[in-house]
Write a protein that binds this ligand. Structure first.
Ligand SMILES: Cc1cc2nc3c(=O)[nH]c(=O)nc-3n(C[C@H](O)[C@H](O)[C@H](O)COP(=O)(O)O)c2cc1C
Length: 204
């Protein structure tokens, strides 16, 4: 009984953001087909992102380009296929992982020389109002003490949900956690590049 209620609630959630997507003028989440060029400087800022499809990657590159920041991709040891990401299938890998509070998908590598950075922008897609569990793997595998973390997310229509609060809790009190930005649907690389300083230093 409990399981069928969980399935029904997941279906309702999927339908609500899937329908919102149909109202939008673009089919892609962002209006970016080509990744902007990033000229990294030694300025203590690193953009860390997880993007099993393309959207968060495009946002991460544009933010890094706007800040001349470093870039690091969180890559799953077992890459996500399109079927894994099919949220219309309640039993797809991404959906199963979202429900499983103990899921910690393995990561291929962690960033080197993290001590070079004092600010980490952390980007991910919203999955069912939460962060993908691989972000939990990441935060549990690195020491970010003393650093400032600024989250950003992409989604079809949902805001952060509980994702940033959940991640903040995992990161602990030794970090300064800033308010995050949801990258707006339809944004272009130029718009994100221009907005990057504001994403880095949001008005609290
Ligand atoms: C398992 C799963 C759950 C999702 N849940 C939501 C959601 O709750 N709200 C929403 O607006 N979009 C949701 N989406 C859509 C993604 O957040 C959106 O397409 C995101 O921009 C994808 O980023 P990526 O291309 O970097 O993977 C979900 C996608 C997946 C695969």
């Amino acid at each position: 009984m409990k399981k069928s209620l969980a399935v029904l609630l997941s279906l309702l959630l999927v339908c609500s953001f899937a329908f919102a997507e149909e109202d939008a003028t673009t089919s892609a989440t962002l209006n970016i087909d080509q990744l902007p060029e990033v000229k990294t400087e030694d300025n203590g800022i690193l953009v860390v992102f997880f993007s099993p499809d393309f959207t968060t990657r495009a946002a991460a590159y544009a933010i890094a380009a706007g800040l001349n920041a470093g870039l690091f991709e969180i890559e799953a040891a077992e890459p996500y296929t399109q079927e894994d990401l099919n949220y219309f299938n309640n039993f797809a890998r991404s959906m199963e992982e979202s429900r499983d509070k103990n899921a910690r998908p393995a990561i291929t590598a962690l960033p080197e020389n993290l001590d070079k950075y004092d600010t980490i922008l952390l980007g991910y897609p919203v999955w069912g109002g939460k962060a993908p569990k691989i972000l939990y793997t990441f935060l549990e595998s690195v020491d970010l003490s003393g650093k400032t973390i600024v989250p950003f997310c992409t989604s079809n229509s949902s805001p952060f949900g509980s994702s940033d609060k959940d991640l903040k809790k995992l990161a602990g009190d030794s970090v300064t956690w800033k308010k995050g930005t949801r990258i707006q649907k339809g944004a272009t690389a130029e718009q994100i590049i221009e907005k990057a300083p504001e994403i880095l230093n949001p008005e609290e």
